[in-house]
Design a protein around this ligand. Structure first.
Ligand SMILES: O=P(O)(O)OC[C@H]1O[C@H](OP(=O)(O)OP(=O)(O)O)[C@H](O)[C@@H]1O
Ligand SMILES: O=c1cc[nH]c(=O)[nH]1
Ligand SMILES: [Mg+2]
Length: 209
């Protein structure tokens, strides 16, 4: 079974409160979503492999650690996932970025895939799937299905706010992947929104409502 971790560092909790506040406008929402993603990236990359290299400091020759060059792909679920990409790229600037387009039918809550464009060697990369919201889990499950169908084997899912229903569904559908969230909320309302949540992440990021 993959890991499940709530990354509730005080800085993350503080910034998430700003995102949740309905008075926070588009500019601040965008900046802070990326700041939280940046802080989460620090933790979700904790098990990246290292190797020894020999270097010379100004004082002596020594053995030191270097990232083992494992290739990374960041895969946002469109649209809202885009709001986390830059924050992660700040820490892993050489990562490739794939995109999976997914929208949730507002009546049925069933996700629909409309776009998939991934790095050609996705099967050899450590993949971080990012989406601010995990509600019913349908979108994340379908995005990970799409990745596995194309050969990805090493996948972690990273979100800002999740509902228990979505966590359960995702872990049942894909027990092999690690799941990281900044907050585990109470549940879903009758419209499928996370409670207390932060509203529609895509609309708040892009100012479309
Ligand atoms: O867990 P689920 O029940 O599937 O819901 C979560 C999905 O809903 C939102 O996307 P949305 O469909 O609103 O698309 P958008 O990002 O284009 O706004 C969100 O960004 C997730 O992708
Ligand atoms: O609360 C929710 C649920 C799904 N998608 C969102 O953007 N917000
Ligand atoms: Mg949306």
């Amino acid at each position: 079974m993959g890991k499940f971790q709530v990354l509730d560092h005080p800085l993350i909790q503080h910034k998430l409160t700003i995102l949740r506040n309905k008075k926070t406008g588009t500019k601040a929402f965008r900046e802070i979503a990326n700041e939280i993603a940046n802080l989460m990236a620090y933790e979700v990359t904790r098990d990246m492999p290292l190797e020894d290299i020999t270097i010379e400091t100004p004082v002596t020759k020594t053995t030191a650690k270097k990232l083992a060059g494992k290739k990374v792909a960041i895969v946002p679920i469109l649209r809202a996932g885009i709001g986390m990409v830059d924050g992660i790229l700040q820490l892993i600037p050489a990562a490739k970025v794939g995109h999976i387009g997914m929208y949730r039918d507002e009546e049925t809550l069933v996700p629909h895939e409309y776009f998939v464009k991934l790095p050609a060697d996705i099967d050899q990369r450590q993949v971080f799937v990012v989406d601010p919201m995990l509600a019913t889990g349908g979108s994340a499950i379908m995005a990970i299905d799409a990745l596995k169908k194309r050969g990805a084997t090493n996948i972690k899912f990273v979100c800002l706010v999740s509902a228990p229903e979505g966590i359960k569904a995702l872990r049942e559908a894909h027990p092999d992947i690690d799941v990281y969230t900044a907050a585990l909320d109470e549940g879903l309302n009758e419209d499928g929104y996370i409670v207390p949540g932060l509203g529609d992440a895509g609309d708040r990021l892009f100012g479309t409502r």
